[in-house]
Design a protein around this ligand. Structure first.
Ligand code: ZN
Length: 269
């Protein structure tokens, strides 16, 4: 069966001397395909098998792995391979989506849309016209990553309503206390009740606006998020909260996120 689909390359693995196996995310889920000869410089497939490229892919599917016949690149996203920091984040975004997306045809178009939004935001205003979807916002890659994680957690049903106390349901207007044990934030009164009764739980204080920030990251579509700026301290808190939530409540532990982590620590030391 031959079919055409829009897709983004989320993984590219060399196969032998000249071939590449591409994992594509399509609006209806992931699919793997063999791109024969794609590593030859003159191959008409080579431009379309790079990580993060969005294009129209002509695939042939019989039993087993499909093959890639043709590709028309819609958005090359070169920045996401040429800029080292962005490339590291892009690799992480791809690994994350590869873990959460269903196989074609059971995938959801929401995952596809949100993933493209994440890559476009990561490209920032640096698309230089070659990237049709560059957003014009220079959001720090670390913030783009936190937004993408919040969205992934929400899509997986692994995050609470961040603006409500997970224990009593009260609205968190004065910040809150992230409780890994409860998978969400508790309010000041619930925290105080713990303290007075001598219950000690692990937790992390969230600055006043952070529950609202987390909730808007989770629900507001990329195109309506506007520019996002946060203090380094807030970004670090969000990093800890989301990392814990991803690991404990979504079972996600990704190598590329650990690499990013060590990169950041190295930069800050
Ligand atoms: Zn409460």
């Amino acid at each position: 069966m031959n079919y055409n689909t829009e897709a983004v390359v989320v993984r590219a693995t060399a196969y032998g001397e000249t071939h590449t196996i591409v994992n594509l995310l399509t609006p209806s889920g992931t699919v793997a395909a063999m791109a024969r000869g794609a590593k030859k410089p003159q191959s008409r497939l080579s431009a379309g098998v790079q990580l993060c490229v969005r294009g129209m892919y002509a695939l042939y599917q019989n039993r087993g792995m499909g093959s890639l016949n043709q590709v028309e690149v819609l958005d090359a996203r070169r920045t996401l391979r040429e800029d080292l920091e962005r490339a590291a984040y892009a690799a992480y975004f791809c690994e994350l989506v590869g873990t959460v997306a269903e196989e074609r045809p059971n995938g959801s178009s929401a995952v596809y849309t949100q993933f493209n939004g994440a890559l476009d935001r990561l490209t920032g205003g640096s698309g230089h016209g070659q990237s049709g979807n560059a957003t014009g916002y220079e959001t720090a890659p670390a913030i783009v990553a936190r937004i993408w994680e919040a969205k992934v957690l929400r899509m997986l049903g692994a995050s609470p309503t961040w603006t409500r106390c997970v224990r009593c349901g009260a609205e968190l207007v004065q910040g809150g206390w992230y409780s890994p044990e409860e998978g969400g934030c508790v309010c000041g009164s619930c925290k105080m009740a713990d303290d007075t009764s001598g219950i000690r739980r692990k937790g992390l204080a969230l600055q006043r606006t952070l529950p609202r920030v987390l909730e808007s990251f989770s629900v507001i579509p990329w195109e309506r998020l506007g520019d996002v700026r946060l203090s380094a301290e807030s970004v670090q808190t969000l990093d800890q909260v989301l990392r814990t939530q991803m690991f404990d409540y979504a079972g996600l532990s990704l190598k590329s996120r650990e690499i990013l982590q060590s990169l950041t620590e190295w930069e800050n030391s």
